[in-house]
Design a binder for this molecule. Structure first.
Ligand SMILES: Nc1ncnc2c1ncn2[C@@H]1O[C@H](COP(=O)(O)OP(=O)(O)OP(=O)(O)O)[C@@H](O)[C@H]1O
Ligand SMILES: C[C@@](O)(CCOP(=O)(O)O)CC(=O)O
Length: 499
């Protein structure tokens, strides 16, 4: 098969941290991270016309976004950006440099040079959700609704450069790095393509460790890493790794690590992150919105860290209490999923029943049979815990003088969480004014205008105190990074073909 027609295509999902913001920076506390159906795609083919050792990277959704590089291999593999590139892309450059260096270490330089003999064309695109679609919707004269988002063509051009784009907080850089690094690992023969069809295994861990390190290097800091972990493994309960594992590669000579493999190897026991299985309960739906106010995440993190240093005892007490709630949320949602496994039919009918009732009424009917009462009570418990988490996060915000859930967001979230069929909601990740998440029942059928998601859409589109725009993402059922067939992803072939 002609590799130009049959490119290597790898996708990786975005993320939403629904519980554990700030706490997850400390290995003592896990976070609940949900991976999204919105993904980044990397498409790798030989370059036409073929140019030995040249790598062309294109982001066709953006203006002036093509970067060219040359691989020099003497004395060791080095990727140099062409002087005529009109901008730099540190994330892409570091991903190329380090993934190629690893491939040379694992396979030897000759097989890698063989793959690069015709040069490489790499196209990178992200689903529309990663970038705000407000301007597109306005230009098309469409209201801000899920139906309108479905009318925007896939991988729509943003008509700006990458540095000007308005991101929505789904973790574009982590998904981009994960899909690019994993795509290269497959294309250069470091891992077999079948590795990305399985959910677990050492090759997936290798992709994680390498992507995690490159993402830290590109960001110039080591965060908790939950975004890269979600891009690789899908939704899960995340406990962070100790940053000392990548310290040897984070110094000044980081472009030329001595033995990259030794550090990123899945056999390196210093990688101590923990990934515990988790997914949202069946017949529920996560809805996300981009709030056009914006917050500076590093400044929020700085304030929380300063407060923790200044008042360690109080901070530990607050964090212990929040962690207890976060863990109860995870176990309550998992118990709800177990009820579904026990009796999918009865589970479906109780979800339909509570979808039209406000949380207060879920457990009020004494005539419900025991199983249905138990399921409804667990849903109510999840509702109660999400409210308690929000209260505690607000308390932390007040103590640290950081607007983690600012009053405007509280007002809107309270309205969302009081709707019939809504389980809970919050400000994802570091919080602030950027975004909100809401979890609701999504029954198999419903009377017209009775879907919880329609109520939330209606509320958001008529909300005047904040500028709220829904995203189309739901939870990714396909877990983390995966191999794709270009013909099965709508619009991908057209947007990535070489013009
Ligand atoms: N489509 C793309 N093509 C190439 N590089 C991209 C693309 N999207 C993002 N990037 C890279 O990722 C960088 C943005 O990373 P940054 O860490 O600022 O975003 P982020 O925090 O992941 O954003 P968000 O969570 O809001 O999506 C860009 O400067 C660019 O280098
Ligand atoms: C505050 C923090 O815990 C979460 C930030 O999440 P987000 O980028 O706002 O989705 C930082 C981190 O985990 O790296």
């Amino acid at each position: 098969m002609d590799p130009t027609l049959n490119p290597t295509v790898v996708s990786a999902p975005g993320k939403v941290l629904i519980a554990g913001g700030y706490l997850v920076l400390d290995p003592a506390y896990p976070g609940i991270v949900i991976s999204t159906s919105s993904r980044f795609y990397t498409v790798i083919r030989p370059l036409t016309p073929s140019t030995t050792n040249t790598i062309q990277v294109r982001s066709p959704q953006f203006n002036a976004s093509t970067w060219k590089y040359t691989l020099a291999s003497d004395p060791s593999p080095k990727v140099d950006a062409h002087a005529e590139n009109t901008s730099k892309n540190k994330f892409v450059h570091l991903a190329l440099q380090n993934t190629i260096a690893l491939a040379c270490e694992v396979r030897g330089i000759t097989p890698v040079l063989d793959v690069l003999a015709r040069g490489l064309d790499i196209a990178i695109v992200g689903d529309n959700d990663f970038y705000s679609q407000r301007a597109q919707l306005t230009a098309l004269g469409l209201p801000r609704s899920l139906a309108s988002l479905a009318q925007i063509p896939p991988f729509a051009p943003q008509n700006v450069t990458l540095s000007e784009v308005h991101k929505t907080g789904l973790g574009s850089s982590a998904a981009l790095i994960t899909s690019l690094v994993s795509g290269l690992l497959v294309h250069l023969g470091v891992i077999p393509s079948s590795a990305l069809l399985e959910d677990e295994g050492k090759d997936r861990q290798l992709a994680h460790n390498l992507a995690q390190f490159i993402h830290c290097l590109a960001q110039g800091k080591v965060g908790s890493g939950f975004d890269v972990a979600a891009a690789v493994f899908g939704s899960h309960l995340y406990t962070r790794f100790d940053s000392s594992v990548i310290a040897p590669l984070m110094g000044d000579d980081s472009m030329q690590p001595k033995s990259l493999l030794q550090v990123v190897s899945p056999d390196n026991t210093s990688w101590n992150y923990r990934i515990r299985p988790f997914k949202l309960p069946p017949l529920t739906r996560l809805m996300l919105a981009d709030v056009d106010a914006g917050s500076d995440t590093p400044s929020l993190i700085g304030k929380v860290q300063n407060w923790r240093k200044a008042e360690p005892e109080k901070a530990n007490a607050v964090w212990t209490a929040i962690d207890k709630l976060n863990q109860s949320l995870a176990s309550t949602l998992s118990r709800i999923s177990d009820f579904h496994s026990q009796s999918p039919g009865r589970y479906a009918s109780i979800v339909k029943f509570i979808s039209t009732l406000q949380p207060l009424q879920w457990t009020a009917d004494p005539s419900l049979p025991e199983f249905e009462t138990q399921v409804a009570s667990e849903f109510h418990e999840a509702h109660r815990i999400t409210l308690a988490i929000r209260r505690s996060m607000r308390e932390m915000g007040e103590l640290a003088d950081a607007p983690i859930e600012p009053p405007e967001q509280t007002k809107m979230l309270d309205k969302c969480c009081a709707q019939a069929g809504v389980i809970g909601g919050g400000v994802p990740g570091a919080g602030g004014y950027d975004a909100v998440w809401v979890l609701m029942c999504e029954p198999e059928q419903c009377w017209p205008d009775q879907w919880p998601r329609e109520r939330i859409e209606y509320l958001w589109s008529n909300y005047t105190e904040l500028d709220v725009s829904p995203l189309s993402a739901v939870e990714s059922m396909a877990k983390g990074v995966r191999l794709e067939n270009i013909d099965q992803i709508k619009g991908l072939k057209e947007v990535t073909q070489i013009s």
